[in-house]
Design a protein around this ligand. Structure first.
Ligand SMILES: C[S@@+](CC[C@H](N)C(=O)[O-])C[C@H]1O[C@@H](n2cnc3c(N)ncnc32)[C@H](O)[C@@H]1O
Length: 280
């Protein structure tokens, strides 16, 4: 069970990784071999790579050749069945970027979602956290290329224990993160997201939709098996009522959520939902 995080002890906010020392991004030793990264990191360290990431996703997010391979627009678009543009456009639109205020992106992502968000947010500051240095390095390279790094802070942090005080951000969003987290981590990450968004602010979630009996990708056993192999925690998200989970997580933080907008893609296989966060 989870400890009540309604009044969490929040450590000092760590210095941003890259904006202050841009060249540092070029020299990160992480990426190969991923398992060595995990061994090098002290146990219990808040910055330790989570076990699920090292065990199930090293090949996708930690191994440098794979990071290079996947971070190409056609590749990432193929992985999401041609829905990448719709997913990112809907995510950015539901951020209501001109009024988003100080915005937190919880976990980096491949493709141009970060640069799209940074561009749309304009003067609204964007903070991106990720636990994997190589992912922050990629984000920095993409932002720098487009001259968008000025208003973005990249910080190494675990989504399950954000080092920000409560109500620190106006808006937070997760782009295809929740389905990659085991159930307890998913719950912790949502509790943390709700904790750091101020009452009146918003949380935007881009994710796989819930399981249906009619969608071909859900119905065909072979496809279900492939999805389950590639994304071991996706089936648990398919069978989770996201509204109910957020309500439960809100209770832990003394907040409640009101779903304001639901956008579906690929017949409900993907979704982008926007929640308003309120004080109970
Ligand atoms: C947000 S998902 C994005 C997946 C999607 N396929 C994409 O790239 O478009 C993957 C990212 O989440 C990060 N991540 C996973 N667990 C995390 C955690 N507990 N805290 C912070 N970042 C995490 C990984 O390092 C990786 O960069």
């Amino acid at each position: 069970m989870y400890e009540d995080r309604s009044e969490p002890a929040v450590p000092a906010i760590p210095a941003p990784l890259f904006n202050t020392v841009p060249q540092q991004g070029k020299n990160w030793p992480y990426g190969i071999p991923p398992r060595r990264v995990a061994m090098d990191t002290a146990a219990g360290d808040a910055l330790a790579l989570p076990d699920y990431l090292v065990k199930h996703y090293w090949w996708a997010y930690l191994w440098r050749p794979a990071v290079w391979f996947f971070d190409h627009q056609p590749i990432i678009n193929t992985i999401v069945f041609g829905q990448y543009r719709k997913l990112t456009e809907n995510t950015v639109r539901l951020l209501h970027p001109s009024q988003a205020g100080s915005t937190l992106m919880i976990a980096s992502a491949y493709g141009n979602v970060i640069t799209k968000a940074a561009k749309a947010l304009g003067d609204n500051p964007l903070t991106v956290i990720d636990i994997a240095p190589i992912q922050l390095e990629r984000a920095q390279v993409k932002l720098e290329k487009l001259g968008l790094d000025g208003n973005v802070t990249l910080t190494r942090m675990n989504a399950e224990s954000l080092a920000y005080p409560g109500d620190h951000f106006d808006t937070a969003f997760m782009f295809l993160l929740l389905h990659e987290l085991p159930v307890p981590s998913r719950r912790k990450a949502l509790i943390e997201a709700l904790r750091v968004v101020r009452p009146g602010g918003s949380l935007v979630l881009a994710e796989y939709g819930g399981f249906t009996k009619s969608h071909p990708f859900h119905r065909v056993p072979l496809l279900r098996w492939i999805f389950g192999k590639a994304e071991p925690f996706l089936p648990s998200l398919w069978h989770t009522d996201l509204d109910a989970l957020l309500t439960e997580c809100g209770e832990v933080t003394g907040k409640r959520v009101v779903c304001e907008d639901k956008v579906w893609m690929l017949g409900g296989f993907y979704r982008v939902w926007r929640y308003r966060v309120e004080q109970v």
